[in-house]
Ligand binder design. Structure first.
Ligand SMILES: Nc1ncnc2c1ncn2[C@@H]1O[C@H](COP(=O)(O)OP(=O)(O)OP(=O)(O)O)[C@@H](O)[C@H]1O
Ligand SMILES: O=C(O)[C@@H](O)C(=O)CO
Length: 412
């Protein structure tokens, strides 16, 4: 294993896997830190954690455990992957995890770059944009767990870390990798926010940090890394072959993001079978995973079980039962539904939402996910076992007809 990655959620980790596979690295995503060594042909390993919104100390502990395992696999470089919208609070977890990883590796001049231009996330003058809006005016300011109320990454990250921060502006990035390397050396700080507004900028940054032990960012920051290893003759010439999966398909959605709600509406409008889950009934125990799975298994085509709802409805349920209690019950509901679906013969499973996907993958007891070809930007096809393929969609990703598109791509 050459590149060792730590992802702070499951769909974000598969987003990173997508970038690495597209750029030619044999990539496997692990559900948490494995207890056994990786297969010998894995070039990039991603330990997927559910650490984004854990208490800081727990996120740090899990990340260091992942780092130990990746070091034991022989990795030469390490990447901490967080969300392209920098999801975190003033307390962390991005800063404290990065500090702990840097301390453990004795790494210096560590870059921070959440940019992912293919999905509209760019960093300019140290500020994060989503499309043509500042992060703090993009809807992310209302995120239920990590409201992003300040688009200045230097200020936001500054609240999370002990030391000061440097910044490399786009103008320097546009001068090429040598200029970035020189600017990095000239920084007086251990952590450096870097601008990037195009894929070319991310490739330049990747080239500039070829010899850095640790870097951090969204999936885009990995764009240039496979090329570094290839230039050193370290990569195999052929990708792991992708094998599609015939058989029954189903989709589960616990994501309440705007994009997912549009995809759910489109799925219904296109005439696919869909069953909305009332979270109140799940809380009361009157809507069960067994009922949902029985319904889905009785349908032809691509049945969708969803709890996706608009922000007012979500807030109302959370207000009555508490955010954590609702999330725990819905996670358990989707995990058990997924288990019953797979036991019942589903071979292509699509999940929407980072939390939801993490719960499903853990519920299915899947340890290693082989990353395959891209379905939509940030979402790869994944082989999860001899007869099971998955698509794990981050809330905000995917075309409107994503569910049908994913089912088709997983079969091919
Ligand atoms: N109808 C609902 N009412 C209240 N809470 C809900 C409802 N449906 C889902 N939730 C909760 O909303 C959260 C959705 O999180 P999840 O990470 O799965 O999606 P997301 O935030 O859109 O995705 P991502 O993290 O990839 O952006 C979960 O904690 C889930 O339990
Ligand atoms: O970086 C992103 O936007 C995604 O991979 C993600 O982490 C969403 O939760």
């Amino acid at each position: 294993m050459l590149l060792g990655c730590i992802g702070d959620d499951f769909t974000g980790s598969s987003d990173l896997g997508n970038t690495l596979v597209k750029a030619g690295m044999r990539t496997v995503q692990y559900s948490g830190t494995p207890s056994a060594p990786a297969a010998p042909d894995v070039e990039a390993g991603i330990v997927a954690l559910k650490s984004r919104t854990l208490p800081v100390a727990e996120a740090v502990r899990l990340s260091l455990e992942a780092l130990d395992w990746l070091r034991a696999q022989g990795c030469r470089q390490f990447l901490f992957k967080y969300c392209s919208t920098f999801d975190s609070t003033p307390q962390g977890n991005i800063g404290p995890v990065a500090e702990a990883l840097s301390d453990a590796l004795n790494a210096d001049r560590v870059i921070f770059c959440p940019a992912f231009p293919a999905t509209g996330r760019t960093v300019f003058q140290g500020h994060l944009f989503v499309g043509d809006r500042l992060l703090s005016e993009s809807g992310m300011e209302n995120h239920p767990l990590t409201p992003m109320t300040d688009p200045d990454l230097r200020r936001w990250l500054g609240l999370q870390i002990r030391d000061g921060l440097g910044h490399i502006p786009a103008g320097t990035v546009w001068q090429g990798a040598d200029a970035v390397r020189a600017a990095l050396s000239a920084q007086g700080h251990r952590f450096v926010v870097t601008d990037a507004i195009r894929d070319e900028d991310l490739v330049t940054l990747g080239q500039a940090v070829a010899d850095q032990l640790l870097l951090t960012g969204g999936s885009g920051i990995a764009l240039g890394l496979p090329g570094n290893f290839r230039a050193r003759g370290l990569l195999s010439s052929d990708a792991l072959p992708w094998r599609g999966q015939a058989g029954r398909a189903a989709a589960l959605s616990g994501s309440c993001s705007r994009a997912t709600r549009g995809q759910v509406a489109r799925h219904i409008a296109d005439g696919h079978p869909a069953s909305g889950i009332d979270p109140e009934a799940v809380m009361a125990g009157t809507a069960t995973a067994a009922d949902a799975a029985r319904w889905a298994l009785s349908q032809d085509g691509l049945p969708l079980v969803y709890s996706s709802a608009d922000p007012d409805a979500v807030r109302a349920v959370q207000g009555r039962h508490g955010t954590k209690a609702v999330a725990a019950r819905l996670d358990a509901f989707f995990a058990e539904t997924a288990r019953l679906l797979v036991t019942g013969g589903v071979t292509r499973l699509i999940t929407a939402g980072g939390e939801t996907s993490g719960a499903v993958v853990e519920g299915l007891g899947i340890g290693a996910l082989e990353i395959g070809p891209e379905i939509d930007p940030g979402v790869p096809a994944i082989r999860a076992g001899e007869n099971l393929v998955l698509a794990l969609k981050s809330g905000n990703f995917g075309a409107e007809e994503f569910f049908a598109k994913a089912a088709e791509r997983l079969a091919g």
